[in-house]
Design a protein around this ligand. Structure first.
Ligand SMILES: *[C@@H]1O[C@H](CO)[C@@H](O)[C@H](O)[C@H]1NC(C)=O
Ligand SMILES: *[C@@H]1O[C@H](CO)[C@@H](O)[C@H](O)[C@H]1NC(C)=O
Ligand SMILES: *[C@@H]1O[C@H](CO)[C@@H](O)[C@H](O)[C@H]1NC(C)=O
Length: 260
């Protein structure tokens, strides 16, 4: 099925924020909140359609994309400290958990690629928060936070379960907003051939003490997400909201996980 998905590529998966001007974090304390980004594997796999994608047999859940120090009105700090490059041996003991909770779906890529990328780009920026200091703390804290969330269970409790049915993205937003008492961001992918949308990521935001807080409004459509045919649509692209790259009528698929 994945091969048939023909979505408009919304920019390299791992280059989140790369369209923003390069931001030099002079000071690691220059961030306000943490954003926990989670992938829905079936959809996220699509990014790797060319190099091959596999959702590991054991993975049947939302998984971690990353834990990102973030700012409300400025870009996220990135690549904050090149004197602590990723060293896999520091987190090797977490391997079983990482494989389950934080897998990389690129079949051609190194297993450790996503961890390396996330550490170098985001983890090095979290250094001023003692609970996130160093690889062991950063990865463990992110996974522990993920464990307290159980997105799958929260949605399932409201009958939002992976299926061949479509759901209203606004319902998903409302359920999460009510449950966490904080506004999430929801990101979709578009299949331009069938003109259908798939839920791809959910972002939840936290204060530095890990209490939930609202995420920020983000541009509702990235430049390349959709073909804009009218003036109104190009205005729509500049609009900000909590839900990104999802359809105007709000109908999205939340497809079952395939391990093929
Ligand atoms: C960068 O990392 C090095 C090595 O851990 C550390 O000594 C230094 O204080 C860090 N710099 C900043 C700005 O956090
Ligand atoms: C998957 O991994 C291969 C090998 O590292 C790389 O060349 C390719 O760009 C990756 N695919 C994506 C979409 O990042
Ligand atoms: C999904 O992960 C959460 C942790 O975030 C866990 O509590 C839950 O039991 C898992 N659900 C399934 C179906 O594996």
């Amino acid at each position: 099925m994945l091969k048939q998905l023909l979505v408009v590529f919304i920019g390299a998966l791992l280059s989140q924020g790369s369209t923003a001007p390069t931001y030099k974090a002079q000071n690691n304390e220059d961030w306000e909140f943490l954003l926990l980004a989670q992938f829905w594997p079936t959809t996220s796999c699509y990014y790797f359609r060319e190099s091959g994608c596999s959702v590991p047999e054991k993975v049947n859940n939302w998984t971690i994309h990353g834990l990102w120090p973030s700012n409300a009105n400025e870009p996220q700090p990135e690549n904050c400290n090149s004197s602590m490059p990723f060293d896999y041996t520091q987190i090797e003991s977490l391997r079983d958990r990482l494989d389950l909770e934080w897998p990389y779906y690129n079949k051609s890529g190194a297993r450790t690629f996503l961890w390396e990328h996330e550490w170098n780009k985001h983890g090095t920026c979290a250094y001023n928060l003692p609970t996130l200091q160093g690889e062991m703390n950063y990865f463990t804290s992110a996974m522990n936070l993920y464990q307290t969330i159980n997105l799958f269970g929260v949605l399932k409790a409201h009958d939002i379960e992976p299926s061949e049915e479509k759901f209203q993205v606004q319902d998903i937003f409302n359920i999460l907003n009510e449950h966490f008492q904080a506004k999430p961001n929801i990101i979709c992918l578009h299949n331009s051939e069938k003109n259908v949308y798939y839920i791809e990521e959910i972002w939840l935001c936290f204060n530095k003490d890990l209490t939930a807080r609202d995420c920020e409004e983000i541009p509702v459509h990235t430049e390349t997400a959709l073909k804009f045919t009218s003036e109104t649509d190009s205005l729509f692209r500049k609009t900000k909201g909590y839900i990104k790259d999802c359809p105007k009528d709000g109908e999205v698929y939340y497809l079952p996980i395939s391990h093929k």
